[in-house]
Design a protein around this ligand. Sequence first.
Ligand code: ZN
Ligand code: ZN
Length: 243
Amino acid sequence: MILNKLLKITNILFPENCKQCDSILDYTEFFYCKKCLSKVNLLNNEIMLCKQCSNILDNNDHDDLCSHCGNMQFYFEKNLSIIRYDDFIQKIILDCKNNGKDKQFKYLASYYINKEIELLKDYLSDINLIIPVPTDKKTYKERGFNQALTISQIINQLFGIEINKSIIKINKKNKQQKSLNKEERIKYQNEIYKYKNICNLSNKNILIVDDVFTTGATVNAISKMLNDLNCNKLKIFTLIRVS
Ligand SMILES: [Zn+2]
Ligand SMILES: [Zn+2]
């Protein structure tokens, strides 16, 4: 009660604006207004999703697998994403990433993860280790945070699953992926990571975490490496699925 009153007073004295539409936020809103947050499309509302990669299925897809999965050899069991990629979410995420807005990104990720908490509870029930996709030093310095680690920390706080950042690291300077075509991206991903530590993962059920799943090449390259360390089980969690 007292906290609510304080928040109300602070809100009247120092009103904040929505980072997306600039409307004045009320005391229950942080960074974004409820209207903007509700514009983000959740994949859980889609009727048909690929059972391996959370892609939206179209009428030509058979056996619950999308055409992309039919053409790829994946080294992980499944990818779960919770947000459908579109221009709106892209604009929000790029603003966070390009402008070093770690707290804003954390709020967003946490908001949608909590919205899909039941889905996550079920998905993570057999997981005992989280590995965030590493970022290279240059990107980290520019951005000020690793979004994969931020998401991992949210999951760690909610489910108490340990995070390990000392198994996989970046091999080379990260080329700007935007300039690569699909085939180049897949090829290049195989050279981008290397082991920081060689260990036996035979009793580990691992969740690799990243912010966006596009071709799956990033998480697949890391999956292959973790499989080579004999991990018991491997799943992926990404906030956003690009269809
Ligand atoms: Zn807004
Ligand atoms: Zn698929």
